[in-house]
Design a protein around this ligand. Structure first.
Ligand SMILES: Cc1cc2nc3c(=O)[nH]c(=O)nc-3n(C[C@H](O)[C@H](O)[C@H](O)COP(=O)(O)OP(=O)(O)OC[C@H]3O[C@@H](n4cnc5c(N)ncnc54)[C@H](O)[C@@H]3O)c2cc1C
Ligand code: FES
Length: 368
């Protein structure tokens, strides 16, 4: 790779779209988590909102495949950006990245996009809650607050499996030791392994723990990212305490099949509650022909969430109509599709939709 000489005055800036980037550094964060750093061939300033994500376009075993990953670095260090990837057992792309992505490799990325970010929801006092690799957007926000000397009071509560699984541990301790308004709390689910002492919080995050760590949690803007059961537990605590949910923001990385079942239960309960307040005549039927299942939903529900209510897992990456991962065919009926370029006009003419951003208008029959 040729050496790039930076000129901070003339360097181009990054805008939403498709970009080719080269992997320039790989960091082993924990036993199953790696950070991959990327730069553009010609220097580009990677500006984005902390918390946003990119969608990688990869070729895995001859098949084009898209997956979204949060940018874990901060736009305050703009000549490169990084993503931090956890190996998911049986997962196609995360394991492929760990096994194959090397320094010097070139890939295409789409983005940056995402509503879960600290710029669109500015606040003086924030509570950042993360579980496992869900730390990535919150790390980007923290790095941004730290580097820009932002006048923000940060309570950061991170839950990990065990001490050795705490991603960015040393960097977090460093940042939080330097600014009195930054407070870090780490909770480890399991006891330490041999040789790993842990004197901190243990188990799952509970309301008494939360009250101890952030007694003023009801006054804070909350950003939460982690596994579905983790986020559900947090939301239950907040709702029970009459927290104003307009100030709660979450990012869902996409569900594993086990999470889909839990999600399906929650969605089904919500749908039931909603249905109680709705005239039966207003409900529409969404049928999934290949699976032989159907569900009644209110108009306006996305096709993806209608499928999830039935426990059907339509693959999803960006959730915003960018990547095309959630594309399905429709046999009859119409939807309101609000996509961001993830589907071609030809595909639409042939009867395909993006299920993440297509809202049901009337009775619908889907191929899936
Ligand atoms: C906005 C956004 C941001 C994200 N940011 C990050 C991030 O910062 N870091 C990160 O690590 N991830 C992130 N993700 C998640 C990431 O996109 C991938 O979903 C994740 O890496 C798993 O992808 P995979 O290809 O390895 O797994 P997949 O192949 O998609 O499999 C996922 C899971 O499903 C199981 N599975 C797959 N197929 C089947 C089947 N047929 N039957 C039973 N089980 C099956 C697998 O075993 C695995 O448990 C983000 C996702 C989104 C939407
Ligand atoms: S998940 Fe990316 S377009 Fe729907």
């Amino acid at each position: 790779m040729t050496m790039n000489f930076f000129n901070p005055v003339t360097t181009q800036t990054w805008t939403n779209g498709r970009h080719e980037v080269r992997c320039v550094k790989i960091i082993q964060e924990t036993p199953d988590v790696r950070t991959f750093c990327f730069m553009a061939e010609e220097p580009v300033l990677f500006f984005f909102k902390p918390g946003q994500f990119v969608t990688l376009e990869l070729e895995v075993e001859g098949e084009q495949i898209m997956r979204s990953y949060t940018i874990s670095s901060s736009p305050s260090i703009p000549y490169s950006f990084s993503i931090t990837v956890k190996q998911v057992p049986g997962g196609k792309v995360s394991n492929w990245l760990h096994a194959n992505m090397s320094v010097g490799d070139k890939i295409a990325v789409h983005g940056p996009v995402g509503n879960f970010n600290s710029i669109d929801y500015p606040a003086d006092k924030v509570l950042l809650l993360s579980g496992g690799v869900g730390i990535t957007p919150l790390m980007s926000m923290t790095r941004w607050f730290f580097d820009t000397n932002a006048n923000v009071d940060v309570e950061f509560i991170h839950s990990a499996r065990a001490p050795r699984d705490v991603i960015y541990h040393r960097e977090l301790v460093h940042m939080f030791s330097r600014i009195p308004e930054f407070k870090l709390h780490i909770v480890c689910e399991k006891k330490e392994d041999i040789g790993e002492a842990w004197a901190g919080y243990r188990g799952f995050l509970t309301q008494p723990m939360l009250e101890l760590m952030a007694p003023d949690f009801l006054e804070r803007e909350i950003f939460c990212c982690g596994p579905v059961p983790y986020m559900n537990a947090i939301k239950n605590i907040l709702r029970e305490n009459n927290y104003d949910m307009d100030h709660y923001h979450e990012e869902l990385f996409g569900a594993t099949p086990a999470d889909v079942k839990e999600d399906a239960l929650e969605l089904a309960e919500r749908a039931e509650e909603a249905a109680e307040n709705v005239d039966e005549a207003d409900l529409v039927t969404v049928e999934f022909a290949d699976s032989g299942k159907s569900v009644q939903v209110q108009p306006g529900e996305t096709v993806h969430s209608a499928a999830a209510q039935l426990g059907l897992h339509i693959p999803k990456a960006c959730g915003m109509g960018i990547c095309g991962t959630c594309r399905v065919g429709i046999r009859s009926g119409e939807v309101d599709m609000d996509h961001n370029g993830g589907i071609t006009d030809e595909d639409i003419e042939e009867g395909y939709i993006l299920s993440c951003c297509s809202r049901v208008k009337g009775d619908l029959v889907v191929d899936f």
